[in-house]
Design a protein around this ligand. Sequence first.
Ligand SMILES: [Zn+2]
Length: 126
Amino acid sequence: MFEVAVLETFAAGHSLRNYKGACENIHGHNYRVEIVFAGEQLDETGLLVDFIDVRDVLRQAIAYLDHQFINDRPPFDVLNPSAENMAKYFHDEMRKGMQAGMMKVPVRIQSVKVWETDTCTAVYRP
Ligand SMILES: [Zn+2]
């Protein structure tokens, strides 16, 4: 089994609804997002996925939230912008962005991890 990961960072603000504590107030995070891909075969170049292709998809998903108030950006105008829900969002955006021609061998998204701080993370595994 091979695993490949891409990691990007961005800054944004949010507040948690239905939450009693500091995180119900508007505040910001320097988020980190890591998407791990897995598969058993490599292509003729020896790659599982092309970093450049998947990084572009991740960067587009991030550009939508970067330096924004996340609660204003659908689906987070309804869905609470927790690290858990954001991990699922990045998974869904990556799935949509992985075009048929992009993957030359069978690849699946193994996990998506979102860091809100250096010590607090949430993982979504499809
Ligand atoms: Zn927060």
